[in-house]
Design a protein around this ligand. Structure first.
Ligand code: HPA
Length: 245
């Protein structure tokens, strides 16, 4: 069994590449070629969600192809890394969150494999979208390393690519979201449709719109993500080591 890692904004070059897979899928090409990477004495398939170099906006990512190609490579477990804004003012920039819930505010994305006369119509169970071994491995890995990681959180998935208005963020907070990002959906739903265990390690890049008085800058987002990547790599590597071969 292989493990897939989907790297988001700021998480492009986490590991040494070993080999590249040139595959396409019935849903078109994935965002980038999956790269087998070495993680300690293990390996995993790494996929750059926004392409490499980073160029595909969140609403144009071919999520169906990305999950499908990882499944074809034998991955039954996926750990995604996602940049988020903090809706909960208690979450500082750099905080790591292993989300346990999601609300999907996106629209118009190709979000299901049950999408045509020849595809079987399935209504997959999704009450606990991140309930599997992979999220538990992240939580245990962080604790073993003494890294602080918030073990739960609700991710509001927005359409992007623009950031939110302050009123949109207030609505997310009222709905119970603690972080906001643009990519966990449809990714998590598609992984569930393919029977893959999917966890999402969120990295807080900024207070969401209106949560702090200062406007959000893209430079700040990239700086905070770069500063957090060593911790992300360590937690991710220790999580992979805990997962079955
Ligand atoms: N909103 C949505 N997505 C994000 C943000 C944000 O504030 N920061 C990083 N990704």
């Amino acid at each position: 069994m292989s493990i897939g890692i989907i790297g988001g904004t700021g998480a492009l070059a986490l590991y040494e590449p070993l080999e590249t897979a040139a595959l396409t899928t019935p849903f078109g090409p994935p965002s980038a070629r999956p790269v087998r990477v070495a993680i300690g004495d293990r390996s995993a398939w790494f996929l750059a969600r926004h392409g490499n170099p980073h160029r595909i906006p969140p609403h144009r990512v071919n999520y169906r192809a990305n999950l499908h190609v990882l499944r074809t490579l034998g991955c039954r477990t996926v750990i995604a890394v996602s940049a988020v804004g903090a809706v909960d003012p208690a979450l500082p920039a750099g905080a790591l969150v292993a989300i346990d819930q999601v609300i999907d505010y996106t629209w118009g994305r190709l979000h299901t494999y049950s999408d045509g006369p020849s595809a079987p119509l399935r209504h997959v169970e999704f009450a606990q979208p991140f309930e599997g071994e992979a999220r538990r491995a992240l939580i245990e890995a962080a604790s073993e390393l003494g890294e602080s990681l918030v073990p739960e959180g609700c991710y509001g998935a927005t359409q992007g690519p623009r950031l939110e208005s302050a009123a949109e963020v207030r609505r997310l907070a009222r709905d119970g979201c603690t972080v906001v990002g643009m990519t966990a959906m449809p990714e998590a739903g598609l992984a569930r449709e393919l029977g893959m265990d999917y966890a999402n390690l969120c990295v807080v890049a900024n207070p969401a719109a209106g949560v702090s008085d200062t406007p959000i800058s893209e430079d700040e987002i990239h700086r905070e993500l770069a500063a957090a990547m060593d911790r992300v790599r360590r937690v991710l590597s220790a999580a992979v080591a805990r997962l079955p071969e």
